[in-house]
Design a protein around this ligand. Structure first.
Ligand code: SF4
Ligand code: SF4
Length: 381
């Protein structure tokens, strides 16, 4: 039973008219097929539990964590039910009553607390990517524009961070980084329901950014962007004092100012995978496509589901169910192959890592790349 949930969402959950629109777009439901794995089913379960009519079983708890957070259901729901917010609030209640998060996410949260990154890598190695990638970034105490690199580009896919730095330097765009002072943005903790861990890292990052006196903060990770731009002020209840952008905006502005010089022709058929948290959440669909169209030689083709209807790659499920995560990635790869794409471009480290892995596991002939990496190729730097 949860009075908090009933007070906040009791009425909203009753607005479900069982139309099933959310079910048809939910990647988790379409893979698992049980009503309890659908957004509609989750609303029913949460309502029953909050009312005290459905017991909080392990099955129910697991179902509440089997959600990719893609927001496709929320966009489709004719009753305007904030499905993802309700699922996230239910997880908060699970953590409050010590029934959540599930074990893999407990590990992720303790990684954040112990090593300041969700991957559990040594915190003192956060800047090692600059050595592997042979990238020089001058450490400065103060900067107007600050690049928050994110956990995955710092440890797992440093090619994204390195390419971003190369593109910005080539375009004479000045910026700084926090180096070892950057911690995980807190998204995994927040989405697991652990507000305590989230607040700890959010407060630290805000303090570090303010010490740097940055006016503008940008990220290559849509998750870091969503969390910093939307969740920090909303959950901490205070103004940030700086603006946050996803790198797409900066690249697009540089393109319009004529500062991106694509000198190499890339003869390739490309499709763009919209990451959920810059696409559906912030409706940034056209800027990355405009950048792609500006690269000579590229033919841009659209997958059947694109922009607002884009299918989630499942990346956010990586810590919860690798099997589900990769099977959703493979489905998206198939969509790209169906339109004859030779290359999938995305703008998200999580999508990049998951789609690349899914393509390898599917043993298909398609390349996956993050946009800054392709820009480096086209700029010949
Ligand atoms: S956010 Fe995505 S995965 Fe989660 S319930 Fe909605 S459609 Fe399904
Ligand atoms: S789309 Fe909304 S109203 Fe329709 S079944 Fe899903 S939750 Fe209910």
């Amino acid at each position: 039973m949860s009075q908090t949930l009933m007070k906040k969402h009791g009425y909203e959950m009753l607005k479900c008219v069982y139309c099933g629109k959310c079910c048809s777009v939910c990647p988790t439901f379409n893979q698992i097929g049980w009503e309890s794995s659908s957004p509609r089913g989750k609303m029913k379960l949460i309502h029953g539990w909050a009312e005290g009519k459905i017991p909080l079983t392990d099955h129910l708890i697991n179902q509440l964590y089997l959600c990719a957070g893609c927001e496709h259901c929320t966009v489709e729901c004719p009753s305007g039910i904030p499905i993802v917010e309700i699922i996230k609030d239910a997880r908060k209640e699970l953590v409050k009553t010590k029934r959540g998060p599930i074990e893999p996410l407990r590990i992720v949260n303790s990684n954040i607390q112990n090593e300041c990154n969700f991957l559990g890598k040594p915190k003192e190695e956060r800047m090692d990517w600059t050595i592997f990638e042979d990238v020089i970034i001058e450490q400065v105490d103060k900067t107007e524009f600050l690049y928050l690199i994110g956990c995955q580009p710092s440890y797992w896919c440093s090619e994204i961070a390195a390419s971003t730095v190369k593109v910005l330097k080539e375009s004479k765009f000045e910026f700084g980084i926090l180096g070892g002072e950057e911690w995980c943005c807190g998204l995994p903790a927040l989405w697991s329901g652990d507000i305590g861990v989230f607040k700890e890292v959010a407060e630290h990052n805000i303090k570090a950014i303010k010490k740097n006196e940055a006016k503008y903060v940008f990220t290559t990770c849509p998750g870091c962007y969503l969390t910093t731009a939307r969740d920090y002020p909303r959950i901490l209840g205070k103004e940030l004092g700086f603006q946050v952008f996803h790198i797409t905006k900066i690249f697009y502005d540089l393109l319009k100012e004529g500062k991106l010089k694509f000198t190499k022709e890339l003869k390739v058929k490309v499709t763009y995978h919209d990451p959920c948290h810059i696409g559906r959440t912030f409706r940034k669909f056209e800027q990355p496509r405009e950048i792609l169209k500006a690269i000579p030689g590229i033919t841009l083709v659209e997958m059947k589901n694109n922009r607002l209807d884009s299918n989630c790659c499942g990346g956010l499920l990586a810590s919860v169910s690798e099997e589900l995560c990769v099977s959703l990635g493979k489905k998206r790869i198939k969509e790209a192959l169906d339109v004859g794409a030779e290359l999938i471009v995305t703008m998200c480290p999580q999508c990049y890592v998951n789609l690349r892995r899914s393509a390898i596991e599917a043993e298909v002939d398609i390349r996956v790349i993050d946009l800054p990496m392709l820009m480096v190729e086209a700029m010949n730097v």
